[in-house]
Design a protein around this ligand. Sequence first.
Ligand SMILES: Cc1ncc(COP(=O)(O)O)c(C=O)c1O
Length: 414
Amino acid sequence: MALPIDHLFQSLRRNGVARFMEHFFSLYPDTHMKDMTVDAAGPGREIEILGRRVINFGSDSFLGLDRDERVQDAIARGLSRWGTHNGGSRAFTSVRANVEAEEKIAAWLGMEAALIYPSVTLANAGAIPGLVTRSDIIVADEYAHNSIHEGIKIAKANGSRTYTFRHNDADHLEETLKSARPYKHALITIDGVYSMSGQLPPLKDIHRIALDNDAILYVDDAHGTGVLGSHGRGTVYDNLGTYDNLFVIGSLSKAFSCLGGFIGCQADFHRLLKIRSNSYIFGGPVAPCYLEGVCTVVDILMSDEYALLKSRLDANVRHLVTGIEALDLIVLGGLTPIVSFLVGDEEATLRAGWFLFERGYYVQSVTFPAVPYHAGVIRIQVNANHEAGQIDGLLGALKQLRGHVPLPGMQRAA
Ligand SMILES: Cc1ncc(COP(=O)(O)O)c(C=O)c1O
């Protein structure tokens, strides 16, 4: 006899995203390239998937620090110093490495304080609802990261009013704020770098609009952390010249190649966020060994070596972007190590990703719902430790791709 749990399973698989994904997997059994297993990693940017050794152009480890011995050693030292986990909420105790990592992050950013969460997702799930009350509103860019929108859902359930504005449209943001009046406080939530396209927001305009409209700006700079701004402190300070009226969220799992997320904030908010973020209070922290790794990464970012790492990364990004543009493809972003080019049709996007994989290059085929319908992209993540020959090889495969999959180009679009 079927149990209620069996009925639940049947209902869920016929519902929303599960139904969509099942259909997707059955339509494209060979080319969907989702939910794959990596069997081996290294040397350098090589990985093994489906029995093939391919060059990994799908990693956010932008500075290549996942392979850096100093970072690996720090994590190993942390393991012997603290054990595998401290096993308790930070509401009771934090290991010294956690406090030191927060102090180091704050000093590197040039902010008063930083609060570390186990991930950016949990930072957004805890801090966004924690920063508003029933008389406040949140206004989010429609394409802000999913975790921002999930945090906003909690805030909405708690009674805050929530709105979205058209992607990167500062005028629409201002209209939305004005039409949402009266409110006590408003939180504007955006990404510092949009992760699917690599595009940047009009930060100066949005910051000004925040100040003019009694709003506070919350920038999730997960993809800017470590790769934009001086010493990799992100897109915010170098664009605005100030941290006034801002929360800056950064990732410790991408360019940092460790684990976690943080919120850079004023010292008084550091304490307040600890009290008001449920994901912080009721969840466990980043494993201490990674916090030792984080401290080592901050030292690298603050050192003269950063310029070298960054120049390698920038040279690789330029190499790839110039090469893709020479193939007359439409590059989105291109100012950060996330380099996407437009394919459009869903099936063509998947076929393109598979074609490149078969030639030895792992890239991500991104389709609806992660991007708008019929706006599929091939997303390429460039790392400082990609070799020039590997980028040339990928460009060669892209050239062949032109003959196999219909790809929109700048010439044809003009
Ligand atoms: C803007 C943004 N926020 C949050 C996340 C999620 O970060 P985490 O893996 O630390 O939860 C990502 C991941 O790609 C992101 O791009």
